[in-house]
Design a protein around this ligand. Structure first.
Ligand code: ATP
Length: 197
């Protein structure tokens, strides 16, 4: 299956772009909700988390989010340790999902940390959605009803657009000036032809 990874900074509009691909009949795997799901369903991951952070990480088989958040959001190394366990589990979930997709020309994988997780290496092509910083901050403030400082805290955890643009094979400009749908249609045509080899 031909696989396209799609990413973008917080508030860039990557989910919005993915919805357009879905309208075109292209299935999209959303890595963030998948990551939350595998924490409670992937036995290899569950065992790994218990070994790394202690049995308290699960209560009656359900992830103890508060306990784990306290550890990983106060220590970068602990977060890296958790990510090293979660990312492979999401890759496994993606592979299983891909094997269930039939009769489609290609699939998309939407991941906030596509490049940071190394997930881009498992995709045939990658798309980066970009938008001006102020617009991204405004969008997230409106959507999540949070302060600018909270948005900036989340932004700081991600690679910069400049760094990601060097790694991505295609760009979508979601700046509310350039029209979005024609950009997606053009990419769709390109992926159809690339997927056919
Ligand atoms: P996150 O990483 O935070 O999940 P995201 O990159 O997936 O963000 P979206 O959720 O798609 O971003 O978009 C952020 C907000 O901006 C949403 O409320 C969305 O409706 C709005 N938005 C995105 N693109 C546009 C656009 N072109 N015009 C108007 N609103 C937009």
């Amino acid at each position: 299956m031909f696989k396209v990874g799609i990413t973008g900074g917080i508030g860039s509009g990557k989910t919005t772009v993915c919805r357009v691909f879905e309208v075109l009949g292209i299935p999209v795997f959303y890595a963030d909700p998948a990551a939350r799901e595998v924490m409670n369903t992937d036995p290899v991951l569950i065992t790994g988390v218990q070994e790394a952070f202690g049995d308290e990480a699960y209560q009656e088989g359900i992830l103890n989010r508060k306990f784990l958040a306290n550890i990983v959001f106060n220590d970068e190394r602990e977060l890296a340790k958790l990510n090293a366990l979660v990312h492979p589990a999401v890759f496994r979930a993606f592979d299983a999902w891909v094997s269930e997709q039939h009769g489609v020309p290609y699939v998309l994988k939407e991941a906030a940390l596509l490049f940071e997780s190394g997930s881009d290496k498992l995709c045939d092509e990658t798309v980066l959605v970009i938008a001006p910083r102020d617009l991204k901050i405004q969008r997230v403030r409106n959507r999540d009803k949070i302060t600018e400082a909270e948005v900036l805290k989340r932004m700081d955890k991600q690679f910069s657009d400049e760094k990601k643009a060097k790694l991505a094979s295609f760009l979508v400009r979601n700046d509310e000036k350039e029209l979005l749908i024609p950009q997606v249609l053009k990419l769709h045509e390109q992926f159809l032809s690339l997927a056919q080899g």
